[in-house]
Every structure is written in structure tokens, then in C-alpha cells.
Design a protein around this ligand. Structure first.
Ligand code: FAD
Ligand code: NAD
Length: 367
């Protein structure tokens, strides 16, 4: 029985081939998987080195070659979604005939568990930095021309910087440039920019270094990671988002995705916990969205409000959750997502379970 399993597993291993014209090199990857899409293909081509990774559930297929000759910076990626064919199209710098694609390096032509794959980083340029609140900024980074990378909803990337001679790495969750009010199928990702909403801590090692970056400086950005699956929200009728501080970041794309593409969605509610009014991220945008889209509702809850705050106050608790976390109908399908400081998330999950929500109805964003 083992042998049969081994050979059928082998049949599912992707393979690659390449061909050329006078001006182009095309690397073709046959994934043997039907539902390929843009988010499952990560390509980096810099300095004659090509790296193409295909994500297939928990597995990753990799093509890594030192190209035989120079190519131009631009790289095109074509995905035949239904048949699972991925083409990486490179432009030759010189119109000469290549005898070979190049020399394999690293983990070329391997198909392994994603968790066994080392994170790959590429250098991205800081193109803008805008204030969101007194301590939080929206950083916009630009991917290099030879990179094809889309970060799926609910996933994070790692940033890497050398800080006083030592490599430091921290995870951040890409958001959108703004909270779209008009929900259209058109995506707000141009495929080139990555937006990160980052709180700068006065004693924070990494965020202090980030805050000191100049426009035009470079930071290394990794491939995406994370165990959230879009399918969790695709069948939801009620989406409830519990966010504490910058735990709001995964909710941005999630909310946009749910309101834009989940046709069975009836309600989306954000319960946003912050210390003070000044700490609320995108408050105006959220209030505008609530006015514009009747499915969406936002509730702000402050743990250290000033005297003039007339809204809700407190920290996450059973009573606050039983007041705000409700199904719109007795039997509606609900997904509750929670993200924030670790104690916030852990307590929240426990309270939700006590209120009778099942493991499948709860998704906690953690490290
Ligand atoms: P540190 O030097 O680690 O310390 C930060 C501050 O907190 C300091 O003031 C320190 O005194 C205090 N502190 C440190 N540890 C503790 C502790 N255990 N308890 C209490 N106080 C402590 N952050 C964002 O701003 N935006 C995001 O999109 C984002 N996404 C994330 C995604 C994931 C998956 C995870 C795990 C974290 C994410 N974070 C995000 C947090 C981010 O990774 C860093 O932890 C954060 O930026 C602080 O880094 P730092 O090196 O500046 O701070
Ligand atoms: P913060 O200190 O401003 O707190 C925001 C709110 O969280 C508080 O008002 C309070 O209601 C609640 N809270 C804080 N500490 C609590 C505790 N001990 N118990 C119960 N509730 C508590 O938050 P911040 O500085 O913006 O930090 C946000 C946190 O979210 C960071 O720890 C960050 O690592 C985490 N985060 C995680 C992810 C992820 O895992 N995917 C993504 C983004 C942010």
C-alpha cells in the first residue's frame, strides 16, 4: 500500500520546462493543480537569479536557477488558472540563443512542506509614510520590478532590518491604502505596493528603526505566512471582528473581502478595543463605511477613556461580548475573528467558547 501512495504522490509533484524565442525566455511550471491563482505564485528575478515558488496547500514547489545570461528587470507572470499552468516570461537583454536555462541552486525543483521552506526576502523601497494617529503610521513599500507577490487576506509578512549590526525580524499584516467605500470587484492592489499600518513604540527596537527610515531606504520583506483561509469567511452570513489596537490590521482586508465578495454575507460587525479615542485607527473611515453600507456596523470600546467619552468602555469581558457578539438570525453561519495583544486574544477566545461558539466559528490571529 505504501508503494502505491508514494507513486501517486509523485504524480502530483509539479514539474517545469523552458523555451525561448529570439527575445524571450519562458519558464513553464505545470502545477498539476486545477485552482491556481495569483496569490499562489511568487516570483523573484534579480541579478540573473530566478526564483519561482508555487504554493499548493501546505506544500511548496520551487524553481531556483542562476540564469545563463542577463535578462531585463521586468518579469511577466501568466497563470492558466483552470489547467494549473504558470508561465514566467523573462526578456533577454541580448538576443542570443541560450544553450541552457542556467545553473540550479538552492532548493531547485523541490516539492516540500511549506513549513520546511526557508523564508525568502526581497528588498523593498519605502515610498511614503503617512500619519494615521499620534503613534501609528501607514508605510508604503514598493516591490522590485522583478517580483510578483500578492499577500493573501489574513496573512502577514516579516520585515527584516539590520539594527546596530544585528539582524532583526518582526511580523506585520498588510492593509489597503484606505478603506474602500464603494465595493466593486476591482481590486485595490496594484501588485506593486505593500501598505503596512505600524504603531511606533517609544521603546520599541524594531519600530524605532522603522520610524527612522528615510523615503527611498530599503527594508527586506518576506513571503506571506499565516493560517487564515478565505474559505472560512466565504460561507459566512455574520462576520464579527474583535480587534485590540493594531490587531485591527488583519481586519482591513478581511472586511473588504467579505463586503465585496461574500454574497451570502448579511452582517459585518467590528468591535474595536482601544485605550483612548486618539488611539482609534481609521475611525472616520470606519464611521463612513458604516453609513454607506448597511451590512456594516462598528462599535468602539475604550479601556482608558477621558471623562467626556459617552461610548462604551472597558476591556474585553464576557458581559461586553454577550452584548455585542450575536447572530443576526438564530441559525445563521457566523465567523468571529479576533486579533490584538496576546492576553486580549486568549481571553476573548475563552469568553467566546463560554458563550457557546465552537472552535470552527472562531479564528484567532496569532504569531
Ligand atoms: P519591542 O521592542 O518588542 O517592544 C514594543 C513595546 O512593547 C515596547 O514599548 C516594550 O516596552 C513593550 N513590550 C514588549 N514586550 C512586551 C510584553 N510582552 N508585554 C508588554 N509590553 C511589552 N504591529 C503593527 O503595528 N502592525 C501590524 O500590522 C502588526 N502585525 C503583526 C502580525 C503578527 C502575526 C504579529 C505576531 C505581530 C504583529 N504586530 C504588528 C506587532 C509587531 O510584530 C511588533 O511586535 C511590534 O511592532 C513591536 O515591535 P518593536 O520591536 O518595536 O517593539
Ligand atoms: P494597546 O496596548 O493599545 O491595547 C489595545 C486594547 O487591547 C486595549 O485598549 C485593551 O482593550 C486591549 N488590551 C490590551 N492589553 C490587554 C490585556 N492585558 N488584557 C485584555 N485586554 C487588553 O494595543 P497595541 O499596542 O496596539 O498592540 C496591539 C497588539 O496586537 C500587539 O501585541 C501586536 O503584536 C498584536 N497584533 C497581532 C497580530 C497578529 O497576531 N496577527 C496582528 C497585529 C497586531
Amino acid at each position: 500500500e505504501k508503494k502505491v501512495l508514494a507513486s501517486s504522490a509523485k504524480d502530483l509533484t509539479p514539474s517545469y520546462d523552458w523555451f525561448q524565442t529570439d527575445s524571450l525566455i519562458t519558464v513553464v511550471i505545470y502545477t498539476k493543480q486545477k485552482d491556481m491563482n495569483e496569490e499562489l505564485v511568487i516570483v523573484d528575478c534579480q541579478d540573473k537569479r530566478l526564483r519561482g515558488e508555487i504554493i499548493m496547500d501546505d506544500y511548496s514547489y520551487l524553481v531556483e536557477v542562476d540564469l545563463d545570461h542577463a535578462v531585463s528587470e521586468e518579469v511577466a507572470v501568466n497563470i492558466a488558472e483552470k489547467i494549473g499552468k504558470v508561465e514566467i516570461i523573462l526578456k533577454k537583454k541580448d538576443n542570443i540563443h541560450w544553450k541552457m536555462l542556467g545553473q540550479p541552486w538552492g532548493c531547485h525543483n523541490t516539492f516540500v512542506k511549506r513549513t520546511d521552506r526557508e523564508l525568502f526576502y526581497r528588498k523593498c523601497k519605502l515610498v511614503s509614510k503617512t500619519e494615521v494617529t499620534h503613534d501609528t503610521k501607514l508605510f508604503c513599500f514598493m516591490l522590485p520590478k522583478g517580483t510578483h507577490l500578492r499577500i493573501p487576506t489574513g496573512q502577514h509578512v516579516y520585515l527584516k532590518q539590520i539594527i546596530t549590526g544585528t539582524e532583526a525580524v518582526k511580523p506585520y499584516t498588510p492593509v489597503l491604502p484606505f478603506l474602500p467605500l464603494d465595493f466593486q470587484e476591482t481590486s485595490h492592489h496594484d501588485g506593486v505596493h505593500i501598505y503596512l499600518m505600524i504603531k511606533i513604540y517609544s521603546c520599541g527596537l524594531f519600530t524605532q528603526a522603522l520610524d527612522h527610515l528615510q523615503i527611498g531606504d530599503y527594508v527586506s520583506v518576506s513571503n506571506p505566512e499565516g493560517n487564515f483561509k478565505k474559505s472560512q469567511v466565504q460561507a459566512s452570513e455574520d462576520l464579527i471582528l474583535l480587534a485590540g489596537g493594531t490587531g485591527f490590521t488583519p481586519m482591513v482586508k478581511l472586511l473588504n473581502f467579505a463586503l465585496t465578495e461574500v454574497s451570502c454575507l448579511r452582517t459585518a460587525k467590528l468591535i474595536f478595543f482601544n485605550k483612548t479615542e486618539d488611539d482609534i485607527l481609521w475611525r472616520n473611515e470606519l464611521e463612513q463605511l458604516a453609513l454607506k453600507d448597511e451590512r456594516f456596523e462598528v462599535q468602539f470600546i475604550l479601556s482608558q477613556p477621558t471623562k467626556d467619552w459617552v461610548g462604551k468602555q472597558g476591556k474585553i469581558s464576557s458581559s461586553l461580548l454577550s452584548e455585542f457578539v450575536k447572530r443576526s438570525r438564530k441559525d445563521s453561519k457566523v465567523l468571529i475573528c479576533i486579533c490584538g495583544p496576546t492576553p486580549f486574544t486568549e481571553q476573548g477566545v475563552q469568553y467566546l467558547k463560554n458563550l457557546g461558539y465552537s472552535q470552527e466559528e472562531i479564528h484567532a490571529f496569532t504569531a
